[in-house]
Design a protein around this ligand. Structure first.
Ligand code: ATP
Length: 282
């Protein structure tokens, strides 16, 4: 697999607030990266840095072979960014498509028609008469139809109803299988289960985890115990009915992303020592 994004020792501050300290990360083409982190961990800032909307203080970002800071036209044609706080002009969806298409040489109108149907976008409406969820689905459909090799989605499932979340998962899996790369920042981990791979967790300015699901499944076991665990384990937390316990081993069930996140936060040393290499952290 080809590396599509390489970040080497990225540092960034907002004034005196240091957000990233020599953060390094590598992403392979065709991945659906799930970027997780607490409120204020810097996920949106990270997405703005890799799309060239903010500039690093130090370090190197190589994205699709470009330095995002330079905002070269060929780079801008390669990456579609859908921000959490969507700002769309008050025009009909069709007008938005007509204005925006010229920036994307690989735009495919048949994919847009298909996704507009799948997401049930009211395509003959003005954005101002769409709900937040409908606007989001309209822009997501356009983003995928744009044909950019990379899609950056900040909290894409916020505001989507339950059937649309399912459609979102199906659509993202399908286009990632065709080699598109998705970088998705989210708190909605339930929406992302069995979709994101690798899982990247940022915390206090560094990457705590960058690991593929296969490697996670091979490294940790998750059990529910009635009583508080004793002996050796990586992490445990009280849950209804007992304790969820993460220990070394092989997982036979699906990975609970919320529990994984808590376990990584609770015992970062284990994950750093055992799982970072699988995700290709530099
Ligand atoms: N333009 C800005 N100027 C100064 N500080 C900022 C600016 N934007 C964000 N910050 C600060 O940087 C930190 C990271 O913000 P960011 O929005 O990147 O985090 P996040 O992980 O996306 O958070 P959330 O999960 O709440 O959306 C926060 O402490 C925030 O207050």
């Amino acid at each position: 697999m080809k590396e599509i994004l390489r970040i080497d020792k990225l540092s960034f501050s907002y004034g005196k607030e240091i957000l990233f300290k020599e953060l390094s990360l590598s992403v392979q083409e065709g991945s659906i990266v799930g970027l997780l982190g607490e409120n204020g961990a810097g996920k949106t800032t990270f997405l703005k840095l890799i799309t060239g909307q903010l500039f690093p203080d130090k370090g190197v970002i190589d994205f699709c072979g470009y330095n995002p800071e330079k905002r070269e036209p060929d780079f801008l044609k390669s990456v579609f960014y859908v921000p959490e706080d969507l700002q769309v002009p008050d025009v009909f969806f069709k007008e938005y498509v007509d204005y925006t298409v010229p920036f994307y040489p690989n735009f495919d109108s048949s994919i847009l028609d298909e996704l507009v149907k799948e997401f049930e976008v009211p395509k003959d409406s003005k954005f101002s008469s769409m709900s937040m969820g409908q606007k989001k689905k309209a822009v997501l459909a356009f983003a995928i139809a744009s044909g950019t090799p990379v899609l950056i989605l900040d909290e894409p499932t916020n505001g989507l109803d339950i059937p649309s979340k399912r459609t979102f998962r199906r659509v993202v899996s399908r286009f990632a299988a065709d080699g598109r790369t998705f970088i998705i920042s989210t708190h909605q981990v339930r929406d992302m289960e069995r979709l994101i791979d690798p899982v990247v967790i940022i915390h206090k300015g560094v990457v705590l985890l960058n690991a593929f699901m296969d490697d996670i499944v091979e490294s940790i076991n998750i059990r529910l115990l009635a009583d508080e665990p004793s002996g050796s384990f990586i992490y445990s937390e009280k849950v209804p009915g007992g304790y969820a316990v993460v220990s070394e081993g092989r997982c036979v069930s699906d990975i609970d992303l919320e529990l994984l996140f808590n376990a990584v936060r609770g015992n970062p040393d284990f994950f750093r020592a055992n799982l970072m290499q699988g995700g290709g952290v530099l």
